[in-house]
Design a protein around this ligand. Structure first.
Ligand code: HEM
Length: 221
């Protein structure tokens, strides 16, 4: 415990924790986005997947893990940003790209803002889906999460919010993936950075596929 506290009170320790929790959250997002891709293809498949997930006793452990990663990522992100701002109380008048090997970009210098959008997005998302209306499938055997998903995106406000928030999530992951590995001291390779950026694009488009599917009339039964 003492060691953990010592680690968290150092700049390097906080950055490493932010990187680690961020990478673990990206792992969750890859799994979540992949499962969502069932929505346009198989109503039954999506409901069954969700049923297996929520009836697995290990789900509570997984949810606790997610909560800890999310809280750890958020808290370290805020602390690191406030420390950086404190180190330069007067903002730069002009910010030019620093060129290689600097990683400075629009995505990197707006991480705190894209992160704050996600901080609003995730609780609203949980209220909408996880704690949303509990429809049952016609045979009453499981939750009809597919019906809820389609219904949610029939609301223009929800649709607009997701189509705005998801690219912001992608923007956050665009810089976050490569930066997470660097904070852990694992790799500084341009290839890994490009891979992370590609993954951010795939995640964003994959998540946007469901609201766009509904927008284009999919799911109407
Ligand atoms: C259009 C995109 C998305 C759709 C349609 C969607 C749909 C869902 C649904 C239906 C659930 C409930 C699953 C269940 O209880 O079976 C859920 C849970 C969740 N979603 Fe999403 N999601 C989307 C994007 C996201 C994004 C971008 C994030 C994070 C930034 C996210 C984070 C979560 C979390 C943390 C849970 C709770 C997981 C749990 O407690 O087991 N989702 N989502």
């Amino acid at each position: 415990m003492k060691r953990l506290l010592a680690l968290l009170s150092s700049d390097i320790g906080r950055k490493a924790l932010m990187g680690l929790t961020g990478l673990l959250l990206i792992g969750f997002l890859i799994a979540h986005m992949s499962a969502n891709l069932l929505v346009p293809f198989s109503k039954e498949g999506y409901n069954e997947y969700s049923h297996k997930l929520i009836t697995n006793p290990l789900i509570y452990l997984a949810e606790l893990g997610l909560l800890v990663f999310f809280a750890g990522h958020f808290v370290t992100g805020i602390v690191v940003t406030l420390k950086n701002w404190g180190a330069r109380p007067i903002a730069y008048q002009r910010k030019d790209p620093a060129g290689d090997p600097s990683r400075k970009s629009l995505a990197s210098s707006t991480m705190i803002y894209s992160g704050l959008v996600l901080l609003v997005f995730v609780p609203l998302h949980l209220v909408t889906f996880k704690f949303g209306p509990w429809y049952l499938t016609p045979d009453g055997s499981m939750r009809d999460i597919h019906r809820l998903t389609i219904e949610v995106f029939h609301s223009p406000i929800n649709l607009a919010w997701y189509l705005i928030a998801l690219p912001i999530l992608g923007f956050h992951a665009w810089h976050g993936f490569g930066s997470g590995f660097e904070s852990l001291g694992v790799a500084h390779s341009a290839g890994l950075r490009r891979f992370g950026q590609g993954l951010a694009v795939v995640l964003t488009l994959g998540f946007m596929a469901v609201p766009l599917y509904v927008l284009l009339g999919g799911g109407a039964s």
